[in-house]
Ligand binder design. Structure first.
Ligand code: ATP
Ligand code: MG
Length: 556
């Protein structure tokens, strides 16, 4: 579906009005402004789909701009990962990626303009005093004793700050607005601070760095952004956004806020995701259990599934929590329609067909997709020695058992009907092998008058590919791991079963050629893809066939 034909939301309504009124000559230019201090997560995907989607809808453009004003927390690794993730989702930014640091010279000049017009001053209160002077939500703040310095003195001090004469924190530059404002963001906010650290883009050129609020609005203005879309927590910063641009008389983009994505069973805060990585609770930022875009890619999510999900959750102005099941539904739906089927036995037990000749082999031609003939067929080899899943055999079956047990028959998917004649056990009584017989008249047809109760999957032992299969599940087993819990943190809710590894899985031969990252439905098991990083035969479970969490919750 093209962006223009999709249903709109409150933001497209605002833009429709603007374009009708001829504002910005009908042009729409948005931006996605990540700080490169971590990998992007599913919440960012919502913002990406929104900003790039709006640009597409109005045949406008969207910039990718790195908001890089905190060099000590940022890195080139994060920048590269962000570019990769936006591209992978299928979006194209206008021109080259932009950096707030591209504008450091201009931002410095803007700060000097504010100083010259008496709208900014150098302050020497330390952090603690600053807090004291700021006041509270109930009480107004107090003017800093440095507030009334002359523009000349302020300008000279600001130059000295830039030239490295002072230590970190010794002085700051503040906007001179209103210490009694009911909005604390307007109580003479800091706009520049001293940080003697090397910057990943500008090297050692600067030891003063602009603050986010000052940088963001001016970067938007310098890029002629028409609609600056951000999350609700910036609503209280909008007066400062507007004050800065009005006072400096620049181009004035319109800030519009929307509700961020919250997902249950998930944390979406870069700080917490970084903690999971740094403390080795997960393997890396792209661990398939992480809600990062790179983790989801490794897990087997497709760009389409993530974009459909973002489309469905919609864009509103009120906070809500989205059920993780919606995300799983989006990937199941895409893979059900588009992933080829294959057979894999995750917990193998040997089956010997005693009446099948030892040296015989057959090749069955099996459909890759039950509902899509265009997906074609593949060759599946068959022999006397098979593997089936141990869970598909019960010596003493429960009622309504539709799988294999002693004396009963089941159909092998795409193959013959077999009957189990004997279970061979080891010394401890564990079943280690099943002796079965096959009925040669049942290939693709049921013999007259009888129908096997069930169908199970299998692989030919003579042709099987050995693999490691990682069964992933939700990373947290608590709906709101992030919320305040008595003497517990989100780390206490890590699901101990978020990853179980099987190292002796047996895959059908065709999977030896599976491309990393391409999804398959392993019949009766779920959706899987070969891992993007591991070199051997390692498969990740993307999602189960059905939502098992709904039932678990109902059981309490
Ligand atoms: P985090 O809280 O995870 O650290 P952030 O807001 O600090 O995220 P940024 O790099 O500043 O991360 O985010 C880039 C853009 O993505 C911003 O416009 C931000 O509003 C948006 N964004 C971040 N998290 C979400 C979310 N959960 N839902 C929607 N948009 C989000
Ligand atoms: Mg941020």
């Amino acid at each position: 579906m093209s962006e223009a034909s999709k249903p709109g939301n409150f933001i497209t309504q605002i833009i429709d009005k603007d374009t009708e009124a001829g504002k910005h000559g009908g042009k729409v230019h948005t931006r996605f402004p990540p700080e490169p201090n971590g990998y992007l997560h599913i919440g960012h995907a919502k913002s990406i789909c929104l900003n790039f989607g709006i640009a597409e809808r109005y045949q406008g453009q969207c910039n990718l701009r790195f908001d890089d004003t905190n060099p000590e927390k940022e890195s080139v690794e994060y920048i590269e990962s962000i570019k990769r993730d936006v591209e992978w989702l299928g979006f194209e930014w206008a021109d080259e990626p932009k950096y707030a640091s591209d504008y450091f010279d201009q931002l410095f000049a803007f700060a000097c303009d504010l100083i010259k017009s008496g709208k900014a001053y150098v302050c020497e209160l330390n952090a603690e005093q600053m807090r004291e002077y700021r006041g509270t939500l109930k009480e107004p703040g107090k003017d800093s004793p440095y507030r009334d310095r002359s523009p000349e003195d302020n300008l000279a001090l600001f130059m000295e700050m830039r030239d490295g004469k002072y230590a970190d924190g010794e002085k700051v530059l503040r906007a001179k607005i209103d210490m009694a404002s009911p909005n604390i963001n307007m109580r003479d906010p800091i706009i520049y601070r001293i940080r003697h650290v090397r910057h990943h883009q500008t090297g050692d050129k600067w030891c003063v760095y602009p603050m986010y609020d000052f940088t963001h609005c001016l970067s938007d203005a310098l890029e002629n952004i028409t609609h600056s879309i951000c999350t609700l927590e910036f609503q209280d910063h909008r007066p400062l956004y507007d004050w800065t641009l009005d006072t400096l008389e620049t181009f004035h983009p319109q800030q519009i806020e929307f509700a961020r994505l919250n997902l249950n069973y998930t944390v979406t805060s870069k700080r917490k995701l970084k903690q999971l990585v740094d403390e080795n609770h997960v393997e890396a930022w792209d661990d398939p259990r992480m809600p990062t875009i790179s983790g989801m890619r490794r897990r087997g999510f497709t760009p389409t599934s993530i974009r459909n999900f973002c489309e469905r959750i919609g864009v509103t102005k009120s906070d809500s929590v989205v059920d993780f099941g919606m995300l799983e539904h989006a990937i199941r739906e895409d893979l059900d329609a588009n992933a080829n089927r294959a057979m894999a036995v995750l917990n193998p037990i040997k089956v010997t067909l005693t009446n099948y000749p030892e040296d015989k082999e057959e090749i069955f031609s099996v459909s890759n997709h039950p509902k899509n003939d265009e997906a074609g067929k593949r060759e599946v080899p068959f022999s006397r020695n098979l593997f089936i899943d141990a869970a598909d055999f019960e010596e003493v079956p429960p009622r309504k058992w539709k799988r294999l047990s002693l004396g009963t028959a089941v159909r092998l998917r795409g193959g013959y009907v077999i009957t189990c004649d004997e279970a061979i056990k080891d010394e401890e009584g564990n079943v280690v092998e099943l002796l079965c017989s096959y009925d040669e008249n049942t290939l693709g047809v049921n013999p007259e008058g009888y129908k096997p109760k069930g169908v199970i999957h299998w692989v030919s032992a003579n042709h099987a590919v050995d693999a490691t299969v990682r069964l992933y599940d939700r990373l947290f087993n608590e709906e709101a791991p992030d919320a305040k819990h008595e003497d517990k943190t989100f780390l206490d809710f890590i699901n101990p079963e978020s990853m179980t590894v099987t190292t002796n899985a047996k895959l059908e031969a065709s999977l030896a050629k599976a491309e990393p990252g391409v999804g398959f439905q392993f019949e009766r098991e779920g959706y899987f893809c070969r891992d993007l990083k591991e070199t051997g035969m390692v498969f990740n479970r993307t999602v189960t066939l059905r939502d098992s969490w709904v039932k678990i919750e109902a059981k309490g």
